[in-house]
Write a protein that binds this ligand. Structure first.
Ligand code: SF4
Length: 120
């Protein structure tokens, strides 16, 4: 698993806590989220090589219907779409990128997806 961070807007923390049926404070404590005042985002560290702590034992997202914009827009992040070498490196740990049985997303579809994900 690729180590990294998952970032949440405050409204996403609210939505996930509600989905899980717990308070926001309990969610942020349980998953050890860090508040980053500069960006006004919560950060969840997934640095132990086990992947995101919100993955189930079956490697599925336990908060799929309310997962954060970062996850809903992957892999259509500007830093990946604008950098072919980085896209290739990302493929090394994400077999879904350029998967032979995958489908091609039109530019308009990607723009729509990103616009929807940025709405609170
Ligand atoms: S999709 Fe779900 S499990 Fe995967 S990184 Fe996002 S929140 Fe975590």
């Amino acid at each position: 698993m690729q180590p990294g961070y998952v970032y949440f807007h405050p409204h996403e923390v609210s939505a996930i806590a509600e989905y899980l049926g717990i308070s926001e404070a309990r969610f942020t404590r349980a998953y050890d989220l860090s508040w980053m005042p500069g960006s006004k985002l919560w950060a969840l560290e997934a640095a132990d090589g086990q992947g995101c702590p919100l993955l189930t034992e079956d490697r599925l997202c336990s908060v799929q219907p309310v997962k954060p914009a970062q996850c809903r827009t992957f892999p259509f992040w500007p830093e990946l779409l604008d950098d072919a070498a980085r896209w290739e490196r990302t493929k090394a740990y994400c077999p879904g990128l350029d998967a032979p049985d995958g489908r091609l997303y039109a530019e308009a579809e990607i723009r729509q997806l990103r616009a929807e994900a940025s709405e609170p």
